[in-house]
Write a protein that binds this ligand. Structure first.
Ligand code: C5P
Length: 235
């Protein structure tokens, strides 16, 4: 039974054992989980099966960015792992994104949701200048629009960009937001943060949360508290 919670817990763990130990402290009724390049590179596809057998839906966050043919084959391989959601870089351009969408049309049965990363939130205005790119917000909106036109189900964006993207693209675009912190949480290296309630109110459909849950003394409890804060706020 898929979770109705918008929370996706990032299993940013160095090996399969630590990833599964973390997952075992979480209730799959309260969240989905995200497997990124660290855990996937260390553990391989087997970890996806093990998370599925524990009842979790999995967001495979490998941010594909390559020539269209290569990305299409990678997306097909990920679809065969039955992941729930998959990420690509919108900067790969229309041909790459459209090839990813086309390849899923040939897959029988449920296919993963495709979400495009617009710009990494780690990029600063200085980085944009150095790369010869327009200001951050302008480029985020341009890439979100490209992703939408190219058949993506949604985009990964900061809570701060959610309202502008939602008003540009309308209701048919999933917004997946990292950088979520409840009041009192450590910010770590995140700069543009929002509380879970704020992110949902700003239009985010799914919230990616890592360290506030995974570094908590009791990760299961920290997750329950976040879910409860959303319920209390009625969002
Ligand atoms: O620990 P924290 O909650 O900051 O983790 C957020 C997760 O979201 C990490 O897995 C990080 O790689 C990911 N992420 C992010 N910013 C983006 C895209 C992904 O923080 N723009």
């Amino acid at each position: 039974m898929p979770s109705s919670s918008p929370l996706i817990v990032a299993l940013d763990c160095p090996c399969e054992k630590s990833g599964l130990t973390m997952a075992d402290q979480l209730d799959p009724g309260l969240c989905r989980v995200k497997v990124g390049s660290e855990l996937f590179s260390a553990a391989g596809p087997g970890v996806i099966d093990k998370l599925h057998s524990r009842g979790f839906q999995v967001f495979l966050d490998l941010k594909f960015h390559d020539i269209p043919a290569t990305v299409a084959k990678a997306v097909a391989a990920a679809a065969r792992m039955n992941v729930w959601m998959l990420s690509l870089h919108a900067q790969g351009g229309h041909s790459m994104l459209a090839a990813a969408r086309r390849t899923l049309e040939e897959v029988a049965g449920p296919v993963p949701l495709l979400v495009a990363v617009t710009l990494l939130t780690s990029l600063s205005p200085g980085d944009m200048k150095e790369l010869g790119l327009p200001p951050l917000r302008e480029q985020v909106l341009r890439l979100a629009s490209l992703a939408h036109r190219s058949g993506m189900d949604g985009v990964v964006c900061s809570a701060g960009d959610a309202t502008a993207i939602r008003s540009q693209l309308g209701p048919d675009c999933l917004l997946v937001t990292p950088g979520v912190r409840s009041p009192g949480n450590n910010l770590h290296d995140q700069r543009r943060i929002a509380s879970p309630q704020e992110a949902v109110q700003l239009g985010s459909d799914y919230l990616v949360v890592g360290r506030p849950v995974t570094l908590a003394k009791r990760p299961g409890r920290a997750l329950e508290d976040m879910v409860a804060s959303l319920d209390v706020a009625g969002v």
